[in-house]
Ligand binder design. Structure first.
Ligand code: ADP
Ligand code: MG
Length: 569
């Protein structure tokens, strides 16, 4: 359906035409007619599907000469960026409709300027909940004549803790009004708002998950626990994206990761909700202008960001919500370009969660091996060759060569030293990344072992097969990789290969055995004495390593297993 099939005024049709819009997006097709009629609407649709026009066009259309000096439409947005973007968009719709005056109000900007703008007679106000409430309380924003209240990105506003502010604004507005809510997801809190404040709302839900991800190649990397940052550095070095976004689930993680990346020489910056507006604007400007190549963000902070040519999206943390995965990767592959999304996971649980996401988006996410340091070094050397081959020399360079020659360093030696500097610069911060587990099946001969201590024992009716089950599940290792198991009253010790002990401890915290959350630690001498005071319940088993006689590892600590197998045959 085209915009000109709607019953819109000529001013609006001309403006839409000038924007180059012809066909309406799905959410627009379904919600604009309802909104023009004055219905309450709940619109659910992914980012990038044109929600601004869906509510913005009817809002602009509804303004008449009579609204000259009164606020008729109020739009709430979660943060400054979406508020400013929506205001800019709507000014375009209103280009030929002179009676429309749009004013944006948000925190972190001059109050006086906003008051001045409001006083000049705004009839559509777009703002963040906190600042809008501020203006209402100062009586610089009056809602007596408000006809329509729109909550844009309602899910994000609730996520950000704006519920009370939103409810206060709703309480300040006239009861006879149109209430419209747009959101990308539908958490239960939204239902509550809808029930309480909307009047027979019509729900418009657009499912477009597949569409959003078609042009994006998706991969994942499985790395040991605690090695995600190193893995990420290798990936960034290998792919050297000129513009990339990295997603974390917490603000603290954004800060920590940004710092790590900067330390390793990447041009990175972080953005999240706790930052001052000035800082956020600075970060965004740096990213848009490509001065900053890497933007580390939380889901909430990223919501308002509208940058088109992002090469790659990295999920450092798996998103907490499947829908978020789509939003995240939807940052790349925009405007007909190809994009790539990389997810870094550790441990079985995250692999399982990734599979769930795969089902949800109905697309494959394939595993890739991490590039290793040597590969990257080789790549960097190729690019150094290209760079030098394509460069021109300047007079000063020869002067320096002459002076070096006087010091006994000939041109060949000088270039070699210079190139070495370049190689060093390009590779010095690459982490060593040897995946510590060559998960070989079968018993190992004479390998050095240590013991780990698990804080659960006989008191919780633990048997060795529970322990082995949990360990193999968490580590992906084979049952045969684990040695002697001693179960005491409140502790269990397990013999493990020393080379793998760090990996085992990393991938098992937290871990559950028989429903109990347990902690796995390297067994220290002090603890051994303490634990040994308890009598072991199972100490029959000899070491699986070294001098042990040929014997099925399973047979002696899963006593029932043999019997059962026998019965079946
Ligand atoms: P959302 O709020 O759903 O995330 P936006 O309103 O920000 O999406 O719109 C995303 C992009 O699509 C914007 O660049 C907008 O200009 C463009 N757009 C919106 N509607 C149309 C349309 N009918 N035809 C072409 N482009 C559109
Ligand atoms: Mg939007």
């Amino acid at each position: 359906m085209q915009f000109n099939e709607l019953n819109l005024s000529q001013e609006l049709l001309d403006a839409v035409d000038e924007l180059g819009y012809q066909e309406m997006t799905e959410i627009q097709q379904q919600s604009i007619p309802l909104l023009l009629e004055g219905s309450d609407v709940v619109g659910l649709s992914n980012t990038g599907t044109g929600k601004t026009a869906a509510f913005g066009i009817p809002a602009v259309e509804s303004i008449t000469e009579a609204d000259r000096k009164r606020v008729a439409v109020l739009i709430l947005c979660p943060t400054r960026e979406p508020a400013m973007q929506a205001a800019d968009e709507m000014r375009k719709y209103a280009k030929f409709k002179k009676c429309v005056r749009i004013c944006a109000v948000f925190g972190g900007a001059s109050m006086e300027k906003q008051i001045h703008e409001l006083k000049r007679g705004a009839n559509i106000v777009i703002g963040t909940p906190g600042r809008v409430l501020d203006h209402i309380r100062r009586r610089t924003l009056k809602l007596d004549n408000l006809r329509c209240l729109i909550l844009d990105e309602a899910d994000e506003m609730l996520n950000m803790g704006f519920r009370e502010d939103i409810e206060s604004v709703l309480a300040e507005s006239p009861e006879e009004r149109q209430t419209v809510l747009f959101s990308a997801t539908m958490p239960p809190e939204i239902l509550a708002i809808t029930k309480k404040y909307q009047n027979n709302p019509v729900k418009v839900k657009i499912k477009s998950a597949q569409k959003t991800v078609e042009s994006i190649q998706q991969f994942y990397f499985e790395v040991p626990m605690g090695r995600k940052t190193d893995a990420l550095k290798l990936l960034l070095a290998a792919y050297s994206p000129s513009s990339a976004m990295i997603f974390c689930n917490t603000k603290a993680m954004v800060d920590q990761l940004t710092e790590e990346l900067i330390k390793s020489g990447f041009r990175a910056a972080g953005i999240h909700g706790d930052m001052k507006q000035v800082q956020r604007t600075q970060v965004m400007n740096g990213f848009k202008s490509k001065t900053t190549e890497i933007l580390v963000a939380t889901d909430v902070a990223a919501r308002g960001i509208d940058v088109n040519d992002i090469d790659a999206v990295f999920n450092y943390d798996l998103p907490q919500d499947n829908e978020y995965y789509i939003h995240r990767i939807g940052r790349t592959g925009r405007a007909g370009k190809k994009g790539a999304a990389y997810t870094i996971i550790s441990g079985r649980r995250q692999l399982y969660d990734l599979r769930t996401i795969e089902k949800f988006i109905r697309a494959e996410i394939n595993q890739l091996p991490l590039p290793d340091k040597d590969e990257i070094t080789a790549m960097k050397m190729e690019s150094i060759i290209k760079e030098i081959a394509g460069a021109e020399s300047v007079h000063q360079a020869y002067m320096i060569l002459d002076r070096l020659a006087a010091l006994g360093i000939d041109s060949r030696e000088a270039s070699a030293r210079l190139i070495s500097c370049k190689i060093k610069e390009a590779t010095e911060n690459l982490p060593e990344f040897k995946i510590p587990v060559p998960l070989k099946r079968g018993r190992r001969k004479d390998c050095k072992t240590v013991r780990v201590d698990i804080n659960i024992g006989r008191n919780k009716r633990i048997a060795p097969n529970f322990i082995i089950g949990a360990l193999t599940d968490a580590t992906g290792m084979s049952g045969r990789d684990f040695g002697k198991i001693d179960i005491y009253d409140t502790h269990t010790t397990v013999e493990v290969p020393e080379a793998e002990s760090e990996y085992i401890i990393d991938s098992t915290n937290p871990m559950r055995i028989n429903g109990h959350k347990v902690e796995v630690k390297l067994l220290k001498e002090d603890n051994i004495r303490e634990i040994k005071a308890q009598k072991p319940a199972f100490d029959r088993r000899k070491s699986a390593y070294g001098n042990r006689k040929k014997q099925d590892v399973f047979s002696d600590y899963i006593p029932n297993r043999k019997k059962r197998t026998k019965k079946r045959h």
